[in-house]
Design a protein around this ligand. Structure first.
Ligand code: DP6
Length: 352
């Protein structure tokens, strides 16, 4: 498919209305880090969509008023976010030709703590894209559910790359990979459920909030620094190659292989940051202490507790619901929680 197929219908009939949608966040296992023009990823990525961490968004549209956007996060006006959304709406006009023909009031709230550093851009843009597709149906006519989801994923990507994966539940792939049928750089696709061993369909993701607050380097700046990183091409190649073992692991239920691959991806992401110019480090002391404790725990107990990281200091603790989870949970509470800033942990689950 090409971008042409997502162009909007020129015949539309706008009216004032309000729509609401909800979208979860996601956590990548093979990471997207580095991109080209128009939000084309440098390599394919695969993520788990979370079940509890969500953004709920209402868009009020006032037809035939001059174009403007006002945004509220948990009731507080957010002027910077509104500017970002205005730019975004102008950027996607060819795909939704009615989009600049009215005024917007956007009210949004996250089910996870605002300061937690959990990626709110993924769930945020996911929810906005779903709202826009609902408005589009009202103004331009109905599409099939599949088409509408695919276009929502396409539009979400143009807001924030990782957001396009949040439109589907379970395991989701964004970026062209020879290993995944139908995969595309333009939108995300669901990884086939029948290609996933049951062990991976009931998993925990407990996010340890090591550092709450604003990150020193944003994801967007971090992606940009891959343009001059001498290791970038090798990294993009490795991410592509990692889909080969990942596919086998997911099918066979090879938890040991999964742990090795997922932790390697997380550490490679942060290694790329350290090898950028200028270099930056988003991990904190607590991040490293938790990683070492996880490794010691695994050596001593052979239980499947492992981690991934996104672009921040927080540690995503991953473990299956396979009978070992109670022992793992008590270890987390007694040994790992002390490395958070305020005993902060967000307990999510991936069940599908
Ligand atoms: C480390 O999707 O937040 O979480 O496209 O610039 O909005 P933009 O970046 P963003 O980057 C996410 C990076 C990551 C890895 C991942 O989710 O794959």
């Amino acid at each position: 498919m090409t971008t042409q197929e997502f162009l909007g219908k020129e015949n539309f009939n706008i009216q004032s209305t309000a729509v609401s949608e909800s979208c979860p966040s996601n956590i990548a296992l093979i990471k997207y880090w580095g991109k080209y023009k128009d939000q084309i990823p440098a390599n394919p990525s695969i993520s788990y969509t979370l079940n509890h961490c969500k953004t709920n968004t209402t868009i009020e549209f006032f037809a035939n008023e001059s174009f403007s956007v006002q945004t509220f996060l948990s009731g507080n006006e957010e002027v910077n976010f509104a500017e970002k959304i205005e730019k975004y709406f102008k950027n996607i006009e060819q795909y939704l030709p009615w989009i600049l023909k009215g005024k917007y009031i956007i009210k949004t709230e996250n089910t996870f703590p605002h300061s937690s550093g959990i990626a709110s851009s993924a769930s945020g843009f996911g929810a906005i894209a779903k709202c826009l597709m609902k408005l589009d149906e009202t103004f331009s006519g109905k599409n099939s559910e599949e088409e509408s989801l695919q276009k929502a994923s396409f539009l979400a990507r143009l807001g924030s790359g990782s957001a396009c994966r949040s439109l589907y539940n379970g395991l989701v792939v964004w970026g062209e990979s020879d290993e995944v049928n139908g995969s595309s750089d333009l939108f995300a696709v669901k990884y086939a459920d029948d290609e996933i061993h049951p062990i991976f369909k009931d998993f925990n993701d407990w996010v340890l909030l090591i550092h709450e607050g604003v990150k020193s380097v944003s994801s967007t700046v971090g992606h940009g620094l891959m343009n001059t990183n001498p290791y970038a091409e090798r990294r993009f190649q490795e991410a592509r190659e990692n889909f080969v073992p990942m596919k086998g692991i997911l099918k066979s239920g090879d938890l040991t292989g999964f742990i090795k691959l997922v932790e390697h991806e997380a550490l490679t992401l942060h290694a790329m940051m350290m090898m950028s110019d200028p270099a930056f480090i988003l991990m904190k002391t607590g991040t490293l202490e938790v990683i070492n404790k996880i490794w010691d725990f695994r050596r001593e107990t052979e239980l499947p507790l492992f981690f991934t990281l996104d672009a921040g200091a927080n540690v995503h603790l991953l473990f299956p619901n396979d009978g070992s989870e109670e022992q793992i949970k008590s270890f987390i509470e007694s040994e790992l929680l002390q490395h958070t800033q305020k005993n902060g942990v967000v307990k999510d689950v991936m069940k599908f």
